[in-house]
Write a protein that binds this ligand. Structure first.
Ligand code: AMP
Length: 179
């Protein structure tokens, strides 16, 4: 299964992607995790993206797409994967379409969580980009650049909506049922 998990920051899609990927026996491919791994190892890529991430802005498409393409070319991604945090811009949708060719995605899971819970969840996880100053910017960038992608995938008939307002294991079962 080739899956995409999408939703606003703090919706729990990363947590769910990890759990669902394990249940389905496919890799969880998170561009955010890949970037954070580069930052913590101090790689050249990590140095390029560190400040951008701290502001809550998006990393330029060419950097992000190249990193994602490398990851998707690895052996374990041959039979399926869960994409988490990519694509986030219209240009990234086009890049993904090109990478996937005729195969395409099988399903897009859209996570919906009450606005009040989103910031609360983010402040609870203690990530470097989960500060009060950065969170507001990340919501804005999401609304502006990523929310419009939902319509593209809806028009392709791929979107299933998941109510993420529940405990983690409950949401996991909802996702599995919806897929
Ligand atoms: P995430 O872990 O998905 O919340 O991503 C954390 C941060 O990594 C984002 O706020 C961006 O700065 C960067 N990032 C992750 N994925 C992408 C992407 N597809 N395009 C651009 N920037 C990204």
């Amino acid at each position: 299964m080739r899956l995409l998990f999408i939703g606003p920051p703090g919706a729990g899609k990363g947590t769910q992607a990890g759990r669902v990927a394990e249940r389905l026996g496919i890799p969880h491919i998170s561009t955010g995790d890949l970037f954070r791994d580069n930052v913590s190892r101090g790689t050249e890529l990590g140095k390029q993206v560190d400040e951008i991430m701290k502001r809550g802005d998006y990393v330029p498409d060419e950097i992000t797409v190249a990193m994602l393409a490398d990851r998707m070319a690895e052996d374990d991604a041959r039979d399926g994967y869960i994409l988490d945090g990519f694509p986030r811009t219209a240009a990234q949708v086009e890049a993904l379409d090109e990478l996937l060719g005729d195969e395409g995605l099988d399903r897009v899971a859209l996570f919906q969580v009450d606005q009040a819970s989103l910031a609360e969840r983010m402040l609870g996880r203690g990530r470097a980009d989960d500060t009060e100053e950065t969170i507001g910017n990340r919501f804005e960038v999401y609304e502006e650049q990523t929310a419009p992608l939902i319509k593209i995938y809806e028009e392709r008939g791929l979107v299933v909506t998941v109510d993420g307002n529940a405990d983690v294991p409950v949401v996991t079962e909802r996702v599995l049922a919806a897929l």
